[in-house]
Design a protein around this ligand. Sequence first.
Ligand SMILES: Nc1ncnc2c1ncn2[C@@H]1O[C@H](COP(=O)(O)OP(=O)(O)OP(=O)(O)O)[C@@H](O)[C@H]1O
Length: 237
Amino acid sequence: MITLRNISVKFGGKLAVRDVSAVASEGEFIALVGPNGSGKSSLLKAMAGLIPHEGSTNLPSDRRDRARQISYLAQNAVAPDDHKVRNIVALGRTPHIGRLARISKADQSAVEAAMEKCGISNFADRTFKTLSGGEKTRVHLARTIATDAPLLLADEPVTALDPYYQLSVMEVLRDASREGTTVIAALHDLALARRFCDRVWVMSEGHLLADGTFDKTLTPEILRNVFRITRDGNIAR
Ligand SMILES: Nc1ncnc2c1ncn2[C@@H]1O[C@H](COP(=O)(O)OP(=O)(O)OP(=O)(O)O)[C@@H](O)[C@H]1O
């Protein structure tokens, strides 16, 4: 169980996340939704220990423990252009490899399995710079999956993907949650989120405005007042 207590994130005096308290259970797949600028990325980064925050969590504070416990897929993840795909995915195993130790057979299998799940095995030996945008996203996802951490945080993992890979990546994340990983993914596609996720956290102006099942949470009022759309997907006027 992951517990967030009164998490706040400030940038230059401006609050991007305001007093967020929530819990996530083992094996849950949570959709973190909300309009642009509502604080989703900032909350994920605070959970990943990448930016300073107020409040507390039960996540490990030691950097190495944190790296084993939490894998994080950034919204605009980068990777060395000249590295082979396979080596970038293998970076996901770094927290499990001792200093100066070589990658083990188990690490190697985790890398191969993650590449297979993300549909990138066929270009495992290409350099990163030769890939398309969506292919690069799937490489980053495979690196995140390869870590095999109990908490997976993904910031807009499907935004750059074609319809087939949107579904396929959502399946990969759902499978990870079914195997016991807690997955929290920032998503803009509410229909896709509803189809795959167990629960939704709705962010609005830094607050966690609603937390629950899709039916109870994404009410016509919230769609109108927070997302500025109607239930039919039109602009609310
Ligand atoms: N490094 C930063 N410095 C200053 N302000 C920032 C920084 N990062 C984010 N913000 C501000 O914090 C607020 C929340 O941003 P955040 O990226 O968390 O939103 P988001 O919900 O992930 O948005 P999006 O859907 O557009 O990715 C925004 O007002 C943003 O401008």
